[in-house]
Design a protein around this ligand. Structure first.
Ligand code: GRG
Length: 298
């Protein structure tokens, strides 16, 4: 199938954005400032990759993508919280994200911490509230909430962020680097694919294949993210480049060299696509999104 990936991504982004707006309208209330900060970062121009992967995985197992929107939106809220906290002075201390002031620059540090906390907790509330939508499927929903909690928490993203901070300024092995990135970035991306497949009623074999795809996708995403920090255009990326080297961060181009890192990303994408061999044309969006990693500019 020859699909128009750009049009597909734009349509899916629209679907996700409308659902997010419904879950988090910027309406005035007692704690308006924190809602305003949550809304600001949630709508600051993200690619919506994690929700799109969740919807595409649902589609790949023959489900209705719009059914999994609550889970997809929760994933984006968790991702946004992680970026807000990652940008704080205590972590990466970044002024710009997606070409706009970071949350603590636009508001203040305390508000940014609370906005991250608010998004993280709202994500779990949205998923718990979705129980009425999945009557008779509550066990699946609970399994998805559990797997997303593990991916976002200390066994996943939070733990990976800790390891990443501890690795700053010292030489790491390829094995260590892979552990950091499997946890920091890969876990939530894998959970996005897996949760879409589980919520849409995928078989055990389908969920296993899609999880394997998600793991390779997650690593390929990180390798290309590291390469973009070396080779990307700051204007297109909406943030300063060359920051990994400045902060003495552990990166794939740093450990493998640029050329080998590129070849590795390519191999990861090929094997991710190979995981989808038993799926028909319904999995084409997942194949195309994986290939897009190799040509993305932001
Ligand atoms: C603070 C608990 C905590 C975790 C932070 C995700 C993360 C962990 C840090 C972000 C630092 C970073 C740049 C990681 C590389 C991978 C990554 C998550 C890039 C940004 O994701 P995109 O490209 O972002 O999907 P958009 O802007 O499209 O939403």
């Amino acid at each position: 199938m020859n699909m128009d990936l750009k049009a597909y991504l734009a349509e899916r982004r629209g679907l996700v954005n409308r659902a997010l707006e419904a879950y988090l309208p910027a309406v005035r209330g007692p704690a308006f400032r924190v809602v305003q900060a949550m809304h600001y970062s949630l709508f600051a121009g993200g690619k919506r990759l994690r929700p799109i992967l969740c919807l595409a995985a649902a589609e790949a197992v023959g489900g209705d993508p719009s059914e999994v929107l609550p889970v997809a939106c929760a994933l984006e809220m968790i991702h946004t919280y992680s970026l807000i906290h990652d940008d704080l002075p205590a972590m990466d201390d970044d002024d710009l994200r997606r070409g706009q002031p970071t949350c603590h620059k636009k508001f203040d540090e305390a508000t940014a911490i609370l906005a991250g906390d608010g998004l993280l907790t709202a994500a779990f509330q949205i998923m718990a509230d979705a129980a009425s939508r999945f009557e008779g499927r509550e066990r699946d929903l609970l399994a998805v909430i559990r797997l997303i909690a593990a991916a976002a928490g200390y066994p996943g993203m939070v733990g990976g962020q800790m390891l990443d901070l501890q690795a700053e300024g010292r030489k790491v092995t390829l094995k260590e680097l892979e552990t950091i990135h499997r946890m920091k970035t890969g876990a939530l991306l894998t959970a996005s694919v897996r949760s879409g497949a589980v919520m849409a009623g995928g078989t055990r074999a389908e969920v296993t294949a899609l999880t394997s795809y998600g793991e390779k996708f997650g690593l390929a995403f990180q390798v290309t993210d590291d390469l973009l920090d070396v080779e990307g255009e700051a204007g297109e990326m909406g943030k300063a480049t060359g920051m990994d080297a400045q902060r003495q961060k552990a990166t794939y181009p740093g450990v493998l060299g640029r050329q080998e890192a590129k070849e590795w990303a390519q191999r990861l994408v090929e094997t991710a696509v190979a995981d989808l061999q038993d799926f028909g044309p319904v999995a084409e969006p997942l194949r195309e999104v994986a290939r897009y990693l190799l040509v993305r500019r932001s």
